[in-house]
Ligand binder design. Sequence first.
Ligand code: AHR
Length: 543
Amino acid sequence: MTPRVLKKRASKDWAFLPAISAAALAVAGLALAMPAAAQGSARANGPVEVRLDPSRPGPVIDRHVFGQFAEHLGTGIYDGVWVGRDSPIPNVRGIRSDVVAALKALKVPNVRWPGGCFADEYHWRDGIGPADKRRVQINSNWGGVPEPNSFGTHEFMDFAEQIGADAYISVNIGSGTAAEAAAWIEYMTAEKDTTLARERAANGHPAPWKVPILGLGNENWGCGGAMSATHYVEEMKRFAAFTRNYNPAQREGAARMKRIAVGWDSDKLDYTEEVMKAWKDRVYSWDIEGVSLHKYTTGGWPPHLPSTGFGHDQYAEAIADTLTMDSLIAKQSAIMDKYDPEKKLLIAVDEWGAWLEPAPGSNPGFLQQQNSMRDAIIAALNVNIFARHAERVKIANIAQMVNVLQAMILTDGGKMVLTPTYHAFRMYVPFQDARVVPVAFDAGQYVNGKHRLPRVDAMAAKATDGTLWLSLVNVDPARPATFRLPGFASASGEVLGAPKVDSVNTFAAPATVAPRAVSARAKGGVLSIELPPHSVSVVKVMP
Ligand code: AHR
């Protein structure tokens, strides 16, 4: 089979962001106070003054923006998560224990499964029942390899439970039927004595599961059936109406299942428009709670940026691309605002991350790549953007969890290594469900060729326990940055740095990019924190 890798169009949206995004300024309450010309005016190497206003906490950074994505793709599931019960690799019911332990430390809020494009061809009955009776099919999207269906609904739910995450299930609108999807959700959630609930019990799980998030299709403008937006909307409405969640614990209020319709990626605005128009005119029998947005950091299509051995030029190219996430969310929000000014519907950025050149020697259909210090910076910048759009962006899923694209974890047989992106996600745990705190700073400029990028980034939030946390990113690959915080006396936290922007962790050298304690000094009522070039830090600050 031809590996399916070159399917997307290049994003047309390559506009540079201002040094401080409009959203950052709005959160800071400075939109009118700071002239555009001043936004790039920070002294080239001077300290960056950061002012926080904890007395005015903003919206909650929903913990679900720290979600993961696990598709049947390459070694993302098989080898990465599932090794089988008889494997010499330590496992619990076939799920590898080292990966579970590492993911538990991230407090993963949800995992999106089974795809992606794989979901557009997934038939859930292939993945239940006795292991030796499961249908072996071809994974036509990803490498054309046999898909054994050994990891199906029960195994996924077990995995989600082992790491403490919610299930985000994507149903098949591309090649499936509404009846098939409805039966799957009933199989998972029915509490009453129905035929499907009995079948679930016979397969080993008498109690109903919860399905807190349901994806109504995936990229149906592309791998999900190449549907026009209007055609997709007609299909989606039927799926939204008939995929009923029967779990009694999910019938009311915040616990109700959230249904996410397909929105756009960089150039598919019509999907969001049509979905929102239909939602505005909806009748009692169907509803949705959110619309998706997909955006990968590629530097242009096809993905060509290397995952190792790159310099500052390609670093700047990737950072410039990743920062367009801000304007993409703003555009999607503006469309949604027309139909939903009260912001009842959320945005789920349920695929995002760096999509780079395949690792040398790998199957190009497996989307395997190394993960560097640059990728940790990409992760931090994107999460900071989500925080600035916290009123709309309430779900996000980085692609993908293990061994695929911008992974948290890489495995090879029994070996496992944590990537720089993993460390960034672990450091950001205090921001889960924290409330955004207005922060004002002059981001300055880091200039590389045609790219004028912010030299630094900052985001602040009040955690659920009342403590105040700050993310500080030094984007500049060559110059350290000193952050000055008037009114603060001490800080504790971690800085993730590395010798070079392309430094990576390998099985042989797993701690080249690893967090260490941050050092801060207080003098004259001002706290100073010095951060190395190309670094990410997360600190708790105290007055
Ligand atoms: O994450 C890889 C692929 O990217 C997903 O399967 C698809 O939805 C997207 O195009």
